[in-house]
Design a protein around this ligand. Structure first.
Ligand code: MN
Length: 264
């Protein structure tokens, strides 16, 4: 055995002893979690009408999923396939119905935008999920905001750099409780709107989506293996715009409680 081979063997042995699988993060249940030097909090979203909470694994977002919004972002919706990005799980800011949550204006931006969106939460996953089986993966729905540092998103895009800093930052994903499918059914039409300081800014219906939730799940699962706990922000209608400190944002989707935040 050469030195290199032996070292490789010893490393694999050590990894096997800790239960790790090389090249893939292995989900660990509470019962067999290893001792750790510090705790990292997990992310949960309340489930309406339940004492259980929804554990968040990944946050996917679809871009430019309403034609009029795609046009205002400078693209041609008739030719563009769906595309996705992610936010970190700690972007979640839970906002309970009947409250106005303080939402801090983030650093580094001078053009902070709202995007009201329907969010689908999955309790089952899979790869290459056929469209006609996609909705079987949905556990429920929530109302969410995809908050965006628009100047950084566009600035990075102009430089052909990742736009992550514009989209994937702390508390960029305010969200209301998840409503179980069994209680609400699927959200395929109905009004979606957003007000700032009482004035309507965004207003559309969910059937204006270019790619339905079923199509989003199916397409996403071609690129990523989906798992229980994944949630999907399904895109925003047209007329996104800026907020400043002191503004109050109210969001609505028919059949879900309203979500409100105050920019501080
Ligand atoms: Mn969005």
């Amino acid at each position: 055995m050469t030195h290199t081979t032996k070292r490789g063997f010893l490393q694999s042995g050590a990894l096997m002893a800790t239960g790790a699988v090389v090249g893939c993060a292995t989900p660990v249940t509470a019962a067999d979690a290893p001792a750790t030097p510090f705790a990292v909090p997990a992310t949960y979203i309340p489930i309406a009408g339940s004492t259980e909470q929804f554990p968040v694994r990944r946050i996917y977002c679809i871009g430019r999923n309403y034609a009029a919004h795609a046009i205002e972002m400078g693209s041609d919706p008739s030719r563009e396939p769906p595309f996705f990005f992610q936010k970190p799980t700690d972007a979640i800011q839970v906002v309970l119905p009947g409250t106005v949550a303080d939402h801090p204006y983030p650093t580094l931006t001078k053009n902070y935008h709202y995007e009201v969106e329907l969010v689908a939460a999955l309790s089952k996953g899979g790869r290459n999920i056929p469209m006609d089986q996609a909705l079987e993966r949905v556990y429920g729905y929530a109302l969410g905001l995809d908050m965006t540092r628009r100047d950084l998103q566009h600035g990075m895009g102009d430089q052909k750099k990742p736009w992550e800093i514009g989209k994937s930052f702390d508390r960029s994903a305010p969200i209301g409780p998840i409503h179980k499918l069994a209680q609400t059914g699927h959200y395929t039409k109905g009004a979606i709107w957003l007000k700032v300081n009482g004035q309507i800014k965004q207003q559309a219906t969910l059937n204006h989506m270019i790619w339905s939730v079923a199509e989003q799940i199916s397409k996403l699962s071609e690129a990523f293996e989906l798992f229980p706990g994944d949630i999907i922000y399904s895109g925003t209608p047209e007329n996104v715009g800026p907020v400043v400190k002191g503004d109050v944002i109210e969001c609505h989707i028919d059949g879900l409680p309203e979500l409100s935040v105050k920019i501080i």
